[in-house]
Design a protein around this ligand. Structure first.
Ligand SMILES: Nc1ncnc2c1ncn2[C@@H]1O[C@H](COP(=O)(O)OP(=O)(O)OP(=O)(O)O)[C@@H](O)[C@H]1O
Ligand SMILES: [Mg+2]
Length: 256
């Protein structure tokens, strides 16, 4: 059964893209077929995987200019992406006018069930694309960086998600809270870990530690497993990948 996951959070720079890229890479290395979709105008996913030259992006698919298959780029064994682009701004504006637009990913991604995972990287905003991605997926992962404001952002996000779910009649389930930028030397890291566990209990994963290798890898267009396979970051992401693989898949049954 294919698992559909969105990595979402309203704060910028909390590690969403890093999680998407390295989780996707980790799953691909374990033989899972992964489609990683970039819904962000910054198009960081393609960059991080060293894909610099492409013709079509998710924006062209959303505008119905090309079928999804034309925008899919194979990047590694088992790891395909649909890149983002600046044109997603315009595609999104057009989407505002559409009827039943929350169905858009169900329609456009119809017939792509041969992947084991579809993973959506989202922009740090309450955009229509983010909402529609959350409507499409079965699981939402929320990174929280070790800052008080990020913690506040996570709480706001939960409230918002409940409202959106009620509005759309389909609730996205928050399956994992991923502590990112963990630094044991900073007291705030431990404080936030405690707060997260109080708020979210078992859904909190072991933290991803701060590791400069993780910030250098995308500049080289490499995953952490390629750039620094023996690093702390590679270890954290190996463990995280295994955790995701062990989870029981959920399927929301209030749709289709
Ligand atoms: N654990 C980590 N240790 C050190 N640097 C990291 C770590 N995780 C991510 N980074 C770096 O921090 C920056 C922000 O991370 P990332 O791009 O993944 O965040 P984001 O939430 O996707 O940002 P945006 O909201 O802009 O999309 C990047 O330069 C990334 O390489
Ligand atoms: Mg990002």
């Amino acid at each position: 059964m294919m698992r559909k996951i969105a990595v979402v959070g309203f704060k910028g720079g909390i590690g969403k893209t890093t999680i998407c890229v390295n989780l996707s890479a980790g799953l691909a290395l374990r033989g899972k077929r992964v489609l990683l979709v970039d819904t962000d105008t910054q198009s960081n996913v393609a960059m991080a995987l060293g894909v610099t030259n492409y013709t079509y992006s998710l924006a062209d698919v959303l505008s119905r200019d090309v079928p999804l298959a034309d925008a899919i780029i194979p990047t590694r064994n088992n790891l395909d992406i649909v890149p983002g682009s600046l044109s997603l701004f315009k595609a999104q504006q057009r989407m505002v006018m559409e009827i039943a637009r929350e169905e858009i990913f169900f329609n456009l991604f119809n017939g792509t069930d041969d992947y084991d995972f579809q993973i959506f990287d989202c922009a740090p905003s309450l955009s229509l694309l983010t909402i529609n991605a959350m409507y499409y997926v079965d699981e939402v992962f929320v990174p929280v960086s070790m800052e008080m404001l990020a913690m506040a952002g996570a709480r706001q996000f939960m409230t918002y998600l409940r409202q959106v779910s009620r509005m759309l009649g389909r609730s996205a389930s928050i399956r994992l809270i991923i502590p990112s930028f963990f630094d044991p030397r900073r007291k705030v890291s431990n404080i936030i870990m405690t707060m997260l566990k109080e708020d979210f209990g078992k859904r909190v994963t072991p933290p991803i530690w701060v590791d400069t290798k993780l910030s250098e890898a995308p500049g080289e267009g490499k995953t952490i497993f390629e750039y620094a396979p023996r690093s702390r970051g590679a270890r954290d992401y190996t463990r995280f990948t295994e955790l995701v693989l062990k989870m029981r898949p959920v399927r929301r049954n209030n749709h289709r």
